[in-house]
Design a protein around this ligand. Structure first.
Ligand SMILES: [Zn+2]
Length: 285
C-alpha cells in the first residue's frame, strides 16, 4: 500500500479497501484531543499547501526515510469532536484524510498557590500578555529545518506528578488545563534537551518562571518551565541530552518540579504520547 502508510491500523485497512476503488479520500482515522497523530505519506506534492480544516499544517521529512513525509498533527485539547479533514495534493490532484476527533477522560486536580498567581495584580497584566504573545509568536513559526534525527528523550529521570490534560482548579476556581507534564525534581536538578534544536527563548516569566523553549524544526517545540538557572541562551544550538538549565520552583507552582511540554505549531500536545509515537517511527531505524 504505497498511497498512505498510517500509524493507525484501522486506517491502514480502510486505505487498502479504498485504494482498490481508486478513491482519494481516506476515512476513519480516530484521533484524540490533546494527543498527537502522525501520518506517513509517500505521495504528496511538496510545493502544495496541506490543511487541517482551515489551518495550514506542514509536512516534514522522516529523518530515517527521506522518501517519506510525516504529518505531525496535535489535536487541540478543546477541539470540537467529530469529523475533521486533512487536505493535500498529489500529482496536482486533491487528496483527503478524514479524522474522527474523539474525547479523552482527562482528570481534574485542585491546587493551592499564592493568590497573586491566580488573579495577578494589575501591574503584571501587561507583562503577562506580552509574555503570552511572545510565546505564541514563537510557536506559530514553522522553521523549515529538521534539526533532529534520533529519538526524543525525557528531560530528567524522575516520576511524573501531574499528567497532561488535567483540568486545573487553582485556589477553588477552574483556571486552565495542564498543558504539559510535571516531573518531580529537587531544586537544581540538571534538565536535559529532549532532542537537537535551537534555543528560541530563555528567560524568567510570570507564570512559567525560568523558561527555556527549544525549536526542533517544522513547528515542533519543547518547553522546560519553573527553572532556577539557565545553561543556554537564545540562539544556542543544543544537542539531545545536553543540559539546558536547572530545575526550580519559579512562577506559578505549588513546589519544586519541572514542567515539560510540547507544542506543535501552537497546539499543546501530551509530551509522553508525542515522544512514544515519534520514537516508534525513528527508533532503531
Ligand atoms: Zn506543569
Amino acid at each position: 500500500m504505497r498511497m498512505c502508510r498510517c500509524v493507525n491500523l484501522i486506517l491502514m485497512r480502510k486505505c487498502i479497501f479504498l485504494a482498490l476503488f481508486c478513491v482519494n479520500t481516506l476515512f476513519g482515522l480516530d484521533v484524540f484531543v490533546g494527543k498527537t497523530t502522525i501520518i506517513t505519506l509517500e505521495q504528496i506534492d511538496l510545493d502544495a499547501p496541506v490543511y487541517l480544516e482551515d489551518m495550514q499544517i506542514f509536512s516534514q521529512p522522516n529523518p530515517k526515510n527521506k522518501k517519506e513525509q510525516l504529518l505531525l498533527i496535535a489535536i487541540d485539547y478543546k477541539s470540537k469532536l467529530g469529523e475533521q479533514t486533512i487536505r493535500y495534493m498529489y500529482n496536482k490532484s486533491p487528496r483527503e484524510i478524514r479524522l474522527h476527533v474523539r474525547d479523552v477522560a482527562y482528570k481534574s486536580e485542585k491546587l493551592q498557590v499564592i493568590p497573586d498567581k491566580v488573579s495577578p495584580p494589575k501591574k503584571y497584566q501587561d507583562i503577562i500578555y506580552e509574555e503570552y504573545k511572545e510565546a505564541m509568536d514563537i510557536y506559530k513559526l514553522s522553521t523549515p529545518n529538521l534539526y533532529w534525527s534520533e529519538p526524543f528523550v525525557y528531560p530528567l529521570e524522575s516520576q511524573t506528578t501531574s499528567d497532561f490534560g488535567n483540568a486545573r482548579v487553582f485556589n477553588g476556581s477552574l483556571k486552565s488545563y495542564h498543558s504539559g507534564i510535571d516531573f518531580k525534581a529537587a531544586i537544581a536538578t540538571p534538565v536535559k534537551a529532549s532532542n537537537d534544536g535551537i534555543v528560541v527563548l530563555a528567560k524568567e516569566r510570570y507564570y512559567a518562571g525560568g523558561s527555556v523553549i527549544i525549536d526542533h524544526g517544522f513547528g515542533v517545540y519543547s518547553c522546560y518551565f519553573h527553572l532556577s538557572d539557565f545553561a543556554k541562551k537564545v540562539g544556542d544550538a543544543v544537542k539531545r541530552g545536553e543540559i539546558i538549565g536547572l530545575s526550580g520552583q519559579s512562577g506559578r507552582v505549588t513546589g519544586p518540579h519541572l514542567h515539560f511540554a510540547f507544542k506543535i505549531r501552537g497546539t499543546s500536545t501530551d509530551p509522553l504520547d508525542f515522544i512514544k509515537k515519534i520514537n516508534a517511527l525513528v527508533a532503531n531505524k
